[in-house]
Design a protein around this ligand. Sequence first.
Ligand SMILES: [Zn+2]
Length: 372
Amino acid sequence: MLRRSIITAVFLAALAGCASLPPTENPVAKLPASARTLDMFKPGNEQCYDRDVMGETFVVDAHNHFRPFGGAAKSMTEINQYLLDTGVLFVNVFGIGQSLPVSSTCEYYLDCLGTPALPSMKNDFVNAMNYLDFDPQGTEMTLSMTFPDLAHPENVVEQIRIMDREYPNMFKWMGEVNLVKQALFGNHHAATPIEAIAKWAPFMALLRTRNIPISIHADLGADDEPNKYAPLMDEVLHLYPNNKIVWVHMGLSKELSHANPDKHITKMQAALNGSPNLMLDITWRVINDNYFTAPDMRAKYLAFLERNSTRILPGTDFVASHKKSYAVYREEVLANSDILKDLSNTAFRNIALGQNYFGITGMKYTAPQICE
Ligand SMILES: [Zn+2]
């Protein structure tokens, strides 16, 4: 790995001098991403993937919020350039499950406790319109429906029908939707009542027939009670074993930043073993910083990722507020990819090079083989 790091550093140093960014931006080196193109992922491609030269960051961002909580968003064109510059070729275009009211001047829900932050169809419409208007090139974007309110699921099928009418066949993912998100408790969100989960049946059936995965934010608990909310996701997995469900952040959060790694891994392993259609998303740098950095914990999670390398999706959990720059996205890609460089070639191909993502989406792409 050391050799790789040196080569990457040399490569980045070389690129730093020639990155062409708008003059208002601080020059930030691009990742060694220019070697990556969609063509490399087309069936029949015979070029192997060289981890030393082409980089060890992920090509899939399965968790990217193109809409902010409130305030102005980044343009889709600008985000697409961030993706290209970091070598992220495949992305899930999430709205946001906690949009602030248009009357609010607030831009981040934690800055305005008491203001409701609730799911809405607005941001999904905007993403679809932007996608049509700007026709992003060089990447593959998967539009996602972020509007469902899991505690009040009665209208979700009707809302999907509206999306069908306005944007037929455009939405191929659902989420991130919030089953329970403690960070939102100050903004009129509460844990979804367990009885509401059975009422998802009509829309979950529709997702199954369309082969649409659903990314669910489901906090396991908090540091003083690590499994407080675990029964909620257990109920989801019990009731909907045939849906493609993605458990985001492996149930971890800022509130649960000191879980016992052995217990957490045991819980995740049991969930994966019991639910063959479940996948885990390892996005959000809170996970990297608290669980993947200390060497003893990193070793445990690496073994877990290797064991389950067909069940893991990578990404950033970026939120595209106008206040963020390319440097922020780049840093998110680097932090959230850090653990991937220590994976075996097989696991790297499955997770970082998108083989798992192509499998769950049914996209007609295939990850290149790794050069020996
Ligand atoms: Zn998210």
